[in-house]
Design a protein. Structure first.
Length: 275
């Protein structure tokens, strides 16, 4: 038996010339772009290897195979130079998740680059999204244990992802959506926290030609899949905890998070549900 084909293309090159590769379950020759497609992104920060592995594993999973009729694009490693160095930044020391052209701030806490869209990795992602117009974007990060929706249009998807988790898989996560009446306050906090992020650009700054905006979810993987409950404040050493866990037992960590991640990605890919 043969699995469904995976189409692969490079969407650009990193500062050091590494290809930035997207996989899809449809040929890239289609025109116009397929409707209601989903883009999954990992490895924006090079020191978050779990996001890359989670997507690579997902591409090999029965879950991916089962959803072949839903147009889906997977970019497992958005920052290949950073992954090579195991650093958050690209080869020029820029945080690609602060380099996008919406609410870009030169005085950002993380290095945002000399200007918005100054980095080839950011430009490749931007141009790819503008060309293929995914209706849903899920960007994986490590490891604040959150399902984070940017823009009110993203709230229903975030809630569907949350509801797709059984009690066990949901335990480490926190759901962060814009609540009615509290939008502006939350917006101000978000704008201050992650200026120039992929989430902000897609969630607040992007509008396709037909007037629609993508549902944008930042999926922060759990710092500990066994955690009893997602605390309001993460323990200060949570990144050390997750990195230590990764060094000693990456496979175990991935197995621990996999049921929840696969359920959420499948939900995003199918959303809105077809009867
Ligand atoms: Zn990150």
């Amino acid at each position: 038996m043969q699995g469904s084909p995976i189409f692969t293309r490079s969407i650009g090159r990193s500062v050091e010339g590494r290809e930035i590769i997207v996989h899809a379950n449809f040929g890239f020759a289609v025109s116009p772009p397929p409707r209601n497609s989903t883009l999954l992104i990992g490895g924006t920060h090079g020191n978050e290897p779990a996001t890359v592995r989670a997507l690579e594993d997902y591409l090999q999973s029965p879950a991916w195979e089962a959803l072949r009729q839903f147009p889906t694009m997977v970019l497992p490693l958005a920052n290949p130079d950073g992954a090579e160095r195991a650093t958050r930044y690209n080869a020029r020391g820029v945080d690609l998740n602060r380099n996008c052209g919406f609410n870009w701030r030169p005085d950002c806490e993380e290095p945002p680059g000399p200007a918005a869209w100054s980095e080839p990795e950011s430009v490749a992602l931007r141009d790819f999204i503008l060309a293929w117009q995914p209706a849903k974007v899920v960007s994986l990060h490590w490891a604040l244990a959150e399902i984070d929706a940017d823009g009110v249009q993203s709230t229903p998807l975030a809630q569907a992802m949350w509801e797709s988790l059984d009690e066990n898989a949901r335990r480490p996560y926190r759901l962060r959506v814009t609540e009615p009446g509290r939008g502006q306050r939350r917006l101000e906090r978000i704008y201050a926290a992650c200026p120039g992020s992929v989430g902000q650009w897609c969630g607040y700054g992007l509008e396709y030609a037909d007037g629609s905006a993508p549902a944008m979810i930042t999926l922060e993987l759990p710092y500990d899949p066994e955690a009893e409950a997602r605390p309001d404040e993460l323990p200060e050493d949570h990144l050390d905890t997750v990195r230590a866990l990764w060094k000693t037992d990456a496979a175990g960590y991935l197995r621990g998070i996999e049921p929840g991640v696969h359920a959420m990605l499948a939900t995003a890919i199918r959303f809105p549900a077809h009867s």
